[in-house]
Write a protein that binds this ligand. Structure first.
Ligand code: NAP
Length: 534
């Protein structure tokens, strides 16, 4: 296909946030309510995974730009002063604007991330849904009334436990869902009254920039929402270390998450990190369903999902049958340029990613795995691949694949499958296929991860159900309402009610003493009477 349909479709709504030079947009960053270049005009190229060509330039922010963005966020707390219902109005307006520009967003996502148009449209729709669900999300911004009567220490007092914004939330997002993941952090952070500085992935920062424009145009108070682009080690580090930033909300790889945790000091952390999603297929499973879901869970968006199925644990007695069905199903997935609407598996993010995946596939084959499908790549295009008899010693059986590979291991039974899944250093999600409620429940209870899906592949959708990891998969929970919990601090306000004549402490204590002494007296009299009778 031609290069000319790799031009970013940007209507006049987005004017002002870029200049066109050499036929491509050179984007700016929103800092303190103005679209600006980086200090010194430094920029970096944004490539499309579709053919590697440069589709745009983005500012290469420096530490001084990060300082400006954080200062703007510090000084502009307009969002906090708006009544909650007016914040909801902003998000409703943004949902309308997104819907108006949904085709542009979907095409931009397709070009900058190499998504099929269906996947790209799904991501835009999920973002619109997330904007529309803010009223449900806002219900969590409430608190508790606690009478103190139930403790001698607190009697005569009462407390209100309220949720308050943290202050400045730094949002650092990954390449795989560059629009939706950024939005799932930005929306609840602002809804809760925080100001925000966003740092999107350098591979594909454009849809996050456009999303910020949508919120700006929807009436977001100036300076509350800022976005800086540039290299993770520079811009990301500067944000993470900045003393005025109160919270880091990060989604990305486990090594980066660990580095952030070390740099962040006492800041609040929400870390959504890598995963190794196991699919446990038991001997009583519906194998047609399991094969279909395992392939979908492994291949959707070329496997570049934290919740992808990245190893199938097929118990020995059904492994041959399941394997045949998986190969037949995998063969249906058309591979190629995602601009062809019949294509289901497009490129991975770049050639380096394809080479990393190939290293894992080759390692498994060298250690005894059988290659049943695919196994080759060209540029950023990695063929949909199926490996059987994958040994537990191979890298792919334990590390996140992030590529379109179904890796089948053959544990001898349910217990061995469980053992393999439990020994993973990751703990994001897994799934189980069976028809027996008690076996499913036993496995769900014993798997060490944040979410277990039954008879389907794991999928976060719009975040209606909470998700997040344990072990090396992160800290905190994402989801409608749960994100609000993460992005607020609890504050306890204690009222001494004595001055209002409601201080019951002395009365309560003395009433208690009177009753106790009456009981004691009655007890003594009873004992004395009994001993007289005896
Ligand atoms: P990544 O390489 O860790 O990058 C994520 C973000 O962190 C990017 O914006 C990156 O900026 C920035 N960054 C890099 N180094 C940094 C540093 N030293 N300090 C601060 N920020 C830094 O991850 P990715 O490859 O984009 O995303 C894929 C990973 O995300 C996978 O492991 C996947 O499982 C995980 N993920 C997890 C979830 C979940 O919900 N648990 C969801 C989606 C993805 P640059 O791009 O400029 O380097």
């Amino acid at each position: 296909m031609e290069n000319n349909n790799l031009k970013l479709p940007l209507s006049s709504f987005f004017d002002g946030m870029f200049n066109i030079n050499d036929g491509i947009p050179h984007f700016k960053m929103l800092i303190d309510g103005k679209w600006k270049e980086a200090i010194g005009g430094l920029q970096f190229d944004v490539h499309t995974p579709i053919n590697g060509s440069v589709i745009a330039k983005a500012p290469m922010a420096q530490k001084i730009d990060v300082n400006s963005a954080v200062t703007a966020a510090q000084e502009n707390r307009g969002i906090r002063e708006l009544p909650g219902i007016e914040r909801i109005d902003i998000f409703n307006c943004a949902a309308g604007l997104m819907e108006l520009h949904k085709d542009e967003f979907a095409r931009v996502l397709q070009i900058e991330a190499g998504k099929s148009i269906k996947d790209a449209q799904g991501e835009v729709e999920a973002t619109v849904q997330r904007l529309k669900l803010t009223m449900a999300e806002a219900k969590r911004i409430s608190g508790d009334y606690m009478p103190g009567d139930w403790s001698h220490d607190a009697a005569g007092k009462m407390a209100l436990v309220i949720r308050e914004p943290i202050g400045i939330v730094a949002v650092i997002s990954p390449f795989n869902y560059p629009l939706f993941i950024a939005s799932t952090k930005i929306i609840p952070a602002l809804l809760a009254g925080n100001s925000v500085v966003v740092k999107p992935s350098s591979f594909n920062p454009i849809s996050a920039l456009l999303f910020v424009r949508v919120l700006e145009a929807s009436g977001m108070p100036e300076g509350c929402l800022n976005i800086v682009t540039g290299k993770g080690e520079e811009v990301g580090d500067a944000l993470v270390k900045h003393e005025r930033v109160g919270m880091i909300n990060f989604t990305g790889s486990t090594p980066t998450g660990k580095a952030i945790a070390q740099m962040a000091g006492m800041k609040k952390l929400h870390l959504e990190l890598g995963g190794k999603g196991y699919a446990l297929v038991l001997d009583d499973a519906d194998l047609d369903l399991a094969a279909e879901k395992c392939v979908f869970g492994s291949f959707k968006f070329s496997g570049q999902r934290c919740d992808a199925i990245s190893a199938v644990l097929a118990v020995e007695s059904i492994a041959d049958d399941l394997c045949d069905k998986i190969v037949r199903e995998a063969d249906r997935w058309k591979f190629g340029d995602p601009r062809d609407e019949s294509v289901m598996v497009g490129p991975v993010i770049n050639q380096a990613a394809a080479m990393r995946i190939h290293g894992m596939v080759t390692d498994a084959i060298e250690k005894g795995a059988r290659l049943l499908l695919g196994g080759r790549f060209q540029g950023s295009y990695y063929e949909p691949t199926v490996l059987d008899h994958v040994p537990i010693s191979s890298v792919i059986s334990q590390e996140e694949t992030f590529g379109p590979v179904v890796a089948i291991l053959r544990p001898k039974d349910e217990d061995e499958a469980l053992r393999i899944a439990r020994q993973s250093k990751y703990g994001l999600e897994s799934c189980v296929f069976s028809r027996d409620f008690y076996r499913i429940w036993r496995i769900a209870k014993r798997l060490e991860c944040g979410e277990v899906t039954v008879n389907d592949y794991p999928s976060h959708g719009v975040g209606y159900f909470p998700f997040g990891g344990i072990k090396d998969s992160g800290i905190g929970r994402e989801g409608i309402g749960y994100s609000i919990d993460e992005m607020t601090n609890l504050k306890t306000v204690v009222f001494n009610l004595e001055a209002g004549g409601l201080g019951k402490r002395e009365q309560a204590v003395s009433a208690c003493k009177t009753v106790a002494s009456k009981n004691q007296k009655a007890g003594t009299e009873k004992t004395e009477k009994r001993s007289e009778e005896e």
